[in-house]
Design a protein around this ligand. Structure first.
Ligand code: ACO
Length: 333
């Protein structure tokens, strides 16, 4: 029997500590008005020291496992996506694996930043379709608040990000039912690495860690905001058009678009280019900020749990981020 894969459970977890734009005003040179007008963000969640992305991913995984109605021991593979692992190495896949107490199953880490969840979903989809695995945990989590440049130089970036985690369970579904992942499309263009990146720590530096690197601020994420904006609003629609063409659909067939929650102005511009009505676009950046790899699965989990996404709805995910990488996934829920 030929297989497709289907998301059978979702979950998300954000740290309880909420940081509003007004809180940021007290800590750095910014204003609620500037942040809301340029990004649509009102608040985000920050971890307390000692919490890593594996902890957020673990909590989200417990919820996804419960939602899928499976025993955690049925999970036979883990794919983790983050740009902010707890450690330089290893990645967080093995940490989530050990926190869940799942012995000896494989754990793969994906480094595709804002596109990480869709890249992970695409990889998991291939494993399910090939019959190699039957229940894959995909976990995406980020802790970014602890390494942002809150000075004037870095404030255009620092106000954007939030911490959070989300997870899904992917299982085989019968092709006859035609519910599940119908396509994924992945793209990259490494010419623009330096437009959105964190240069250090880099083993190209000897020593890799030095006070000079800190003084030069090479240890913070850097972004050329306008370059990112222009490319994000071009590439995300292209990825969605690829998905629609592949499935012989038009934008009118789509019930919900979940763009990576990079910046609300980007999401609205993507919607405009695609010609999809704004009410069909799922947007929650106002409450979470940009949680990078976790942003799409957080929005998906919220929308499934609050009943906005219903059985058989056509849902399109699209992301763009550091690399540059961009991607789409089209599914019938
Ligand atoms: N608070 C107050 N003022 C600020 C802030 C801030 N947080 N940040 C920048 N400013 C000021 C600058 O100092 C500058 O002031 P000046 O005109 O007196 O010199 C002015 O605002 C404009 O600064 P720019 O850095 O040029 O800001 P820009 O207009 O490009 O807006 C923004 C920045 C919102 C990030 C924009 O470039 C953008 O929307 N980019 C898209 C990128 C994005 O959203 N990325 C998300 C993360 S990456 C991803 O997920 C794909």
């Amino acid at each position: 029997m030929s297989l497709i894969s289907r998301i059978s459970g979702t979950g998300h977890f954000v740290p309880p500590h909420t940081v509003t734009n007004f809180d940021l005003e007290k800590e750095m040179d910014t204003t609620d008005e500037w942040i809301r007008k340029r990004t649509g963000i009102k608040e985000r969640h920050y971890v307390k020291p000692g919490t890593g992305s594996s902890d957020l991913g673990y909590q989200a995984s417990l919820k996804a496992i419960q939602d899928a109605g499976i025993n955690k021991n049925e999970i036979d593979f883990i794919i983790a996506a983050t740009l902010s692992p707890d450690h330089y190495f290893p990645g967080i896949g093995v940490l989530v694996q050990s926190k869940l107490g799942l012995e000896h199953i494989g754990a793969l880490d994906i480094r595709n930043q804002c596109s990480g969840f869709i890249y992970a979903l695409s990889a998991a989809d291939q494993f399910i379709k090939s019959g190699m695995y039957k229940k894959i945990l995909i976990v995406a989590a980020e802790v970014q608040s602890t390494n942002l440049d809150y000075s004037i130089e870095g404030r255009h970036l620092a106000v954007l990000f939030g911490d959070g985690g989300a997870a899904v369970i992917l299982e085989p579904a019968s092709k006859q039912e035609n519910r599940g992942i119908l396509s994924t499309h992945l793209f990259s263009d490494g010419r623009h690495v330096q437009k959105l990146w964190m240069d250090s720590p880099s083993p190209k530096d000897k020593p890799t860690f030095s006070y000079q690197i800190i003084d030069d601020k090479r240890c913070y994420p850097k972004m050329e905001g306008k370059h990112v904006f222009v490319n994000a609003v071009e590439k995300m629609p292209q990825a969605v058009w690829a998905a629609l063409e592949c499935n012989n659909m038009t934008i009118d067939d789509v019930d919900h678009l979940i763009p990576h929650q990079a910046n609300d102005r980007i999401s609205l511009m993507v919607a405009k280019k695609l010609g999809i009505p704004v009410p069909k676009v799922i947007r929650n950046i106002d409450r979470f900020g940009n949680t990078t790899a976790a942003s799409i699965p957080i929005a998906l989990d919220e929308s499934v749990r609050n009943g906005r996404i219903q059985k058989n709805d056509i849902v399109v995910l699209t992301a763009f981020g550091s690399g540059y990488t961009w991607a789409s996934a089209l599914m019938r829920w």
